[in-house]
Design a protein around this ligand. Structure first.
Ligand code: NAD
Ligand code: ZN
Ligand code: ZN
Length: 391
């Protein structure tokens, strides 16, 4: 089959690779109808995440049709149309039973690597680093889904791929980012990053009834998309974010702050040095935590910082004293996708939100290498890319 494979920094190739096969009786094989490129894929593309190997199949946002099921899989049948969450979950361990799916204790087949890097293992992820299992991803014609009798979400044929695809990652990610802010009707929610995750966080915060939602980015097309949803916008290249946020909140600061940027905001220089260190160590150092710094300084005392943005290793120069003295609550993590999918699918079916708004580019899987570049460089008004295998 054909798949997009990682060959090193800024080197994604459209390769021919072996078809996946059932390896465990709970597995299923999915024929991918649509997949997407995520901001998290860019951390691999940029070479910021340790633990990638040449030839790894990329992609953790995908959906399609079940074409084969293992003998013990009683939940799926051939022909089912499913969206597959990016977090692989066993459904049975202590953490899965508590709904803490992104820290499933059994789905990471390379626990030893994760233990070393993080102190404990976290869930297996599709198409991500070997610290999270090194599972083949879904930017491919076919993909093997482990524990496929637990996480895949069956979706009705009345909804298009573009309406349901993002249930596997960025919609629940934006939703969880807002949910963990415990939004009150009087709240101002400030969201750094108006990329795909930021866009869903903005719409989620609005659906949750925030008084004022403020989106911060530098890209006009992304800020316009945020404004169309009802957000106030700040272009961080044109004005001081901290000053403007204080102005918009009568000097008190936003109660709730969301970092929907992650590594990108820190990694603006010495990329090669960072990459070399990342290859040597299991952890990676960066030294420019702009977004986190701004959030900690500007957040109203007793407020909440919610961090869906992905970080790979050590961070330096965080104003921890500000966070401590102001009594801030900090929540972060990979998304517990299956905690939210039933509710969010229902909201899509009811027409409360149509996630397809975020798609600006649709292309065949074979154009993946160029589309990675377009999405990475934010060219051509690109907000979200959907790729179609077999075209
Ligand atoms: P993206 O790269 O498309 O968007 C990031 C946006 O942040 C860009 O629009 C960029 O212009 C903006 N930005 C950069 N520096 C900024 C700054 N200093 N202030 C304000 N904005 C700034 O990525 P995305 O797909 O939207 O993903 C965003 C983050 O969410 C990434 O770190 C990604 O890895 C992470 N993510 C996390 C989860 C999870 O489970 N926690 C899931 C999906 C994605
Ligand atoms: Zn993602
Ligand atoms: Zn589990």
């Amino acid at each position: 089959m054909k798949a997009l494979c990682w060959h090193g920094k800024k080197d994604i190739r459209f390769d021919t690779v072996p078809d996946p096969t059932i390896e465990h009786p709970r597995d299923a094989i999915i024929k991918v109808s649509s997949c997407a490129i995520c901001g998290s894929d860019l951390h691999l593309y940029d070479g910021f995440m340790p633990g990638m190997e040449r030839g790894d199949i990329m992609g953790h946002e995908f959906m399609g049709e079940v074409v084969e099921v293992g003998a013990e899989n009683k939940r799926l049948k051939v022909g089912d149309r499913v969206v597959v969450p990016f977090t692989i979950i066993c459904g049975e361990c202590d953490q899965c039973r508590r709904g803490n799916f992104s820290v499933c204790e059994r789905s990471n087949r390379k626990k030893d690597l994760a233990d070393k890097a993080f102190g404990h293992s976290t869930a297996g992820l599709f198409g991500y680093t070997h610290l999270t299992g090194g599972y083949a991803g879904g930017q491919a014609e076919y993909v093997r889904v482990p524990f496929a009798d637990v996480a895949p979400v069956k979706v009705p044929s009345t909804l298009s791929d573009e309406q349901v695809l993002f249930l596997g990652d960025i919609f629940p990610t934006g939703w969880q980012a807002a949910a963990q802010c415990e939004i009150e009707p009087t709240d101002t929610v400030a969201i750094w990053g108006a990329g795909p995750v930021g866009q869903f966080a903005i719409r989620s915060a609005i659906l949750m009834g925030a008084r004022q939602v403020i989106a911060i980015d530098r890209l006009p097309e992304r800020l316009s998309m945020a404004a169309a949803a009802g957000a106030i916008t700040i272009n961080f290249e044109e004005e001081s974010v901290v000053e403007r946020l204080n102005e918009l909140t009568a000097g008190k600061g936003p109660e709730k702050c969301i970092d929907a940027v992650g590594l990108e905001s820190h990694a603006t220089r010495s990329l090669d040095a960072i990459y070399d260190r990342a290859k040597q160590a299991t952890m990676m150092e960066t030294d420019r935590p702009h977004v986190l710094r701004e959030m900690m300084y500007v957040c109203r005392p007793a407020g909440i910082l919610s961090i869906p943005g992905v970080y790979g290793g050590l961070l330096d120069k965080i104003p921890f004293g500000a966070a401590m003295n102001k009594g801030l609550t900090i929540r972060m993590g990979q998304t517990h996708v299956n905690r939210w999918t039933d509710d969010l699918l229902q909201r899509i079916e009811e027409g409360q939100i149509d996630p397809s708004f975020v798609v600006t580019h649709t292309a065949p899987l074979s154009s993946g290498p160029e589309m990675y570049k377009t999405f990475r460089d934010k060219h051509d008004g690109c907000v979200k890319v959907v790729l179609k295998p077999g075209h």
